[in-house]
Design a protein around this ligand. Structure first.
Ligand code: NAP
Length: 486
């Protein structure tokens, strides 16, 4: 069973005790008292160690040297003396770096011994040998924490848990986050998580809420199906929130993690075999088509893929943005066949929109700030291109914004013109939730559809492909609204 550890580094014993109580309330099993950080902040070793028995959870005591990215710069004799005091004071575990232990073996009398290896700048080398060395030194637990260059390196960390003895294996930084969120699937003995609002003690530690709540660590087993989203950047993605919620809603043994990926083919080649289904976002929507056995026709037509699912052991690529755009268009004006639709934007989302709306039978006109791009896409799709400068006089029944105008800019709008009466307006931008375009359109009496609806629709279409089930769209929407502050 994976144990959750919350690191504490406050120099004041009463705050350490309070931190341990918060960690317990958050569902943690252990705290790690980072004695080096506490001392660097002016704490007294005697005071800190004396409070160990008053902590609400058993403690790992760690005194990491400056040379190991810690704050301790005393001698090894002094460090061993402090470790001996921590052992006598009631530490449950002592964490010592393998390299120091190998040079000068030492064992606590009462506590258990973690031997650890860290690489703060790379994915490490000969990690299996290091774990063997830790076991040869009679470590009660072998711990390895490395820094992947890219998410492809995660597979090497996953394989460290070998079943021959307890191993805590983790990858640091944003590229390493899945190793922590999937710790229960991979079988890591420990996972470090920070309390919400705390900085944590190493780069990339998730919050206890994300680990225990969103990713349901306690329910994870090696049989849990792994799903995820790849992109760069990825930290802003709402996909882990909505898909984990949908898996929990249906009581499915599955978890969904955000993978920050720079090289998508390398990631898929290394990790694809243990990933059941994938969402794909910018900049990788063109990267993995060549790895698929089949592409859905609309995905093939659009030339961009945002979903991978497995059907009869065949890998299939889909574009659920295109599905969602069609649905959002219908939500705004009903049946699309033969209706006049004006699409703004010829980027990736605009491309999905014109193909999807054309496939639904709409009479599509396309405008883009860079005219040549609109003309090229219009030629490919077989629709009309409209110059950006003459948009004001363009008639439409449905206006679809697929530009980035309005994104994080509440006063910008791609449509500073009048709206034809009775028209519908669909804005793909969902941050802010209600853009100026949506506000202006609603004020003009138009039927409006938000970018959040498209996001939820494309996620539901992914969930359907992965599970054959309907996702709880309203719950997902409410969770996004809460996260986005709507
Ligand atoms: P993209 O490929 O980078 O395309 C950006 C588009 O915005 C281009 O057409 C670009 O025109 C246009 N643009 C940017 N700044 C502009 C400005 N100041 N004035 C006029 N046009 C401007 O991005 P994308 O992937 O297509 O995404 C576009 C939008 O769709 C984003 O806002 C994104 O949030 C949204 N989106 C939403 C969802 C959802 O689920 N709701 C899903 C995907 C995308 P040029 O060609 O002239 O540069």
């Amino acid at each position: 069973m994976t144990q959750v550890v919350v690191p504490l580094s406050n120099p004041e014993p009463r705050f350490l005790i309070a931190g341990s109580e918060h960690a317990k309330a958050a569902g943690a099993d252990l705290v790690e008292v980072r004695l080096d950080l506490c001392l660097a902040e002016g704490g007294s070793a005697a005071g800190i160690l004396a409070c160990l028995p008053s902590l609400a959870l058993p403690a790992i005591v760690t005194l990491r040297h400056c040379r190991e990215h810690g704050s301790w710069d005393g001698s090894e004799d002094e460090r061993l003396a402090l470790y001996a005091q921590a052992d006598a004071a009631g530490a449950a575990w002592i964490d010592r770096e393998l390299v120091f232990h190998a040079a000068r073996p030492w064992r606590p009398k009462r506590a258990r011994l973690i031997l650890s290896y860290h690489d703060f700048s790379g994915p490490g080398a000969a990690l299996v040998d290091k774990i063997m060395a830790m076991r040869a030194c009679h470590a009660d637990l072998a711990k390895v924490a490395v820094t992947p260059h890219d998410a492809a390196d995660l597979d090497g960390v996953r394989r460290l848990v070998d079943g021959d003895g307890p191993v805590a294996a983790m990858a640091m930084g944003e590229h390493g986050l899945p190793s922590r969120l999937l710790a229960g699937v991979w079988g890591s003995a420990l996972v470090f998580a920070r309390l919400p609002g705390d900085a944590g003690s190493a780069p990339g530690q998730p919050t206890t809420d994300d680990l225990l709540g969103m990713c349901r660590l306690r329910a994870q087993t090696p049989a849990t199906a792994v799903y995820g989203v790849i992109g760069s950047p990825i930290a802003h993605s709402l996909s882990p929130l909505v898909h984990n919620l949908a898996f929990a809603h249906h009581h499915l043994d599955a978890v969904y993690a955000p993978f920050r990926v720079e090289d998508a083919p390398a990631f898929w080649d290394a990790c694809g075999s243990w990933i059941r289904g994938l969402s794909i976002t910018i900049p990788h929507k063109h990267a993995l088509q060549g790895r698929m056995d089949d592409l859905e026709p609309l995905c093939d037509l659009v030339g961009a893929m945002n979903t991978i699912y497995r059907r009869d052991d065949r890998l299939t690529g889909a574009n659920t943005d295109a599905d969602a755009i069609r649905r959002c268009g219908e939500r705004a004006i009903g049946e699309l066949n033969d209706r006049r639709v004006l699409v703004l934007g010829a980027g990736g989302a605009g491309r999905a929109a014109v193909f999807a709306l054309k496939a639904a039978g709409a009479q599509v006109a396309l405008a883009n700030r860079t005219t040549a791009r609109a003309e090229e896409l219009a030629r490919e799709v077989g629709c009309r291109a409209v110059p950006w400068q003459s948009l004001a006089s363009e008639p439409f029944e449905l206006l679809v914004n697929m530009t980035a105008v309005g994104l994080k800019a509440p006063t910008d709008t791609p449509w500073p013109h009048l709206f034809p009466s009775g028209s519908g307006v669909f804005d793909s931008v969902y941050n802010p939730l209600e853009t100026r375009l949506i506000r202006d359109a609603a004020a003009a009496g138009c039927r409006t559809v938000l970018g959040l609806d498209m996001f939820i629709d494309q996620a539901c279409a992914q969930f359907r492909r992965w599970t054959g089930l309907e996702a709880p769209a309203e719950l997902m929407r409410a969770a996004c609204l809460k996260r986005l502050g709507g």
